[in-house]
Every structure is written in structure tokens, then in C-alpha cells.
Design a protein. Structure first.
Length: 236
């Protein structure tokens, strides 16, 4: 499958990138402690199908920055879930004064991504590292759960981080134009929302995975950055 040319380019990303200091955890929020993470990991292990390999379903940054040891990767589809920029962030890729939006798996539709098979001999420590990366505040934005995914070698159960609709940061489904408005401007000490979107779409394309909603969104973000910063518009 030929990789398509994205409208959102490195030139766009350079225009919205800013070097910012990490403001640190907000002292008014509650955060998970070591024991909380242990409880989450034990819950995942307790519900792990006995005698089977442990798989992780990646749909966003875990595809292009897994930071986990894995022994196999396959393309997979999770039915009943879709990618959505559906929760507000005031740190990492946004600030309190200019909040960003982050992507999660929300209910409905289907999502094509990648599953990683995790080595069984180091599973508990791998999962501990994973949940510490994906979960910070209480109540969490993302919740790890076992979901069924389909691959070209059959269906399997995999851990996926899905949206907690009870989170105070959950924004629900917003029009793509509104999401693009936010991603075109939001930036934090980890980088911009536009950069996150670009990396996700680019790596999905490399995997032969085409997400039409994200493809449209990256074009909308490029359209918003161009007039703000004088970037030449993209042409086919």
C-alpha cells in the first residue's frame, strides 16, 4: 500500500512548537500511588486468560513509542471502539491556559491498530511500567481492560486503554473542526497536539492502516496552522 502525502507537514509542526518547562503535578488533583499501580496490575493479571500469551493493543503513541519489550507484532482490529480526541489535558501536550486534547479509545465503531505480544517471564514488571505511563490522575482518564481483537491469525484477547467516561476531563465526541482548532494551538513540555496527531497518522500509514477520521483531522489542523503562521498550503 502506497503511503499518502500528509497535509500536516514538519513545517507546520515547527510553527506551533514551543519550548516549555514542565509545570509539574497539579497539587489540587489526586494521583495514583505505588500501591494503586500494584492493584491495577494484579487485577489485569488475575483476569488474564490462563495459559495464554499476553497481548497489548496499541492505537496511538504506543505504536510509535511503545517503550516495552515485545516478541511479536500484528495488525489487529478492535470492534466496538474507535479513536477519539475525547479528554482535556492541561499538562504534557497542553497547559492550563491553553488546554489540549488527547486521544483514547471511546465506545462505538471499530479501530485498527497493532497488537504486541509481551514476554511472559517479565509480564508483571512490564505491566507496571505500562500503567504508570498511561495512568496518573484519580479518577483515571484511561482504564486498562481486556478486549477482543481480530488479527489475520484469528481473534485474541488484548489489554487496551479505553476512555473512562466518568473522568472529569472527558469531553465527549466533538466536531472534528473543534478538535482541529485545539490541536492546531495546544502545546506543552512534551510537544504539541499537532505533533502527536502527525506521528500517529504517519505511523499508521507505515503499518498500512488508514484511519479516515484522523486523516481528515490532520488536514483540518494543517489548514488552521497555515494562515496563522504563513505556512504554504499543501497541494496534491
Amino acid at each position: 500500500m502506497r503511503t499518502r502525502q500528509m497535509a500536516l507537514t514538519p513545517e507546520h509542526l515547527a510553527q506551533v512548537h514551543r519550548i516549555l518547562e514542565d509545570p509539574g503535578p497539579d497539587p489540587t488533583w489526586s494521583y495514583h500511588a505505588d500501591q494503586d499501580y500494584k492493584t491495577i496490575v494484579r487485577g489485569l493479571l488475575a483476569s488474564h486468560p490462563g495459559g495464554r500469551d499476553a497481548w497489548l493493543f496499541a492505537y496511538g503513541s504506543l505504536i510509535w513509542k511503545p517503550e516495552l519489550v515485545h516478541v511479536e507484532a500484528r495488525r489487529a482490529t478492535a470492534r466496538g471502539w474507535h479513536r477519539s480526541f475525547c479528554f482535556r489535558i492541561e499538562r504534557f501536550r497542553g497547559t492550563k491556559h491553553k488546554p489540549g486534547l488527547m486521544m483514547s479509545l471511546d465506545r462505538g465503531g471499530q479501530c485498527r491498530g497493532v497488537v504486541f505480544r509481551l514476554p511472559p517471564e517479565d509480564l508483571e514488571s512490564q505491566l507496571d511500567k505500562l500503567v504508570r505511563r498511561e495512568i496518573t490522575v484519580k479518577p483515571p482518564n484511561n482504564i486498562p481492560r481486556w478486549v477482543t481483537v481480530e488479527t489475520d491469525k484469528g481473534s485474541l484477547r488484548a489489554i487496551a486503554f479505553v476512555m473512562n467516561r466518568q473522568s472529569r476531563f472527558y469531553t465527549g465526541r466533538r466536531p472534528p473542526e473543534e478538535v482541529a482548532d485545539v490541536l492546531a494551538e495546544a502545546c506543552g513540555h512534551w510537544g504539541s497536539g499537532a505533533e502527536y496527531l502527525h506521528n500517529t497518522v504517519a505511523h499508521l500509514e507505515e503499518q498500512g492502516i488508514r484511519d479516515r477520521n484522523l486523516w481528515r483531522l490532520q488536514a483540518l489542523v494543517a489548514e488552521r496552522i497555515s494562515p496563522m503562521h504563513g505556512v504554504a498550503p499543501w497541494a496534491e
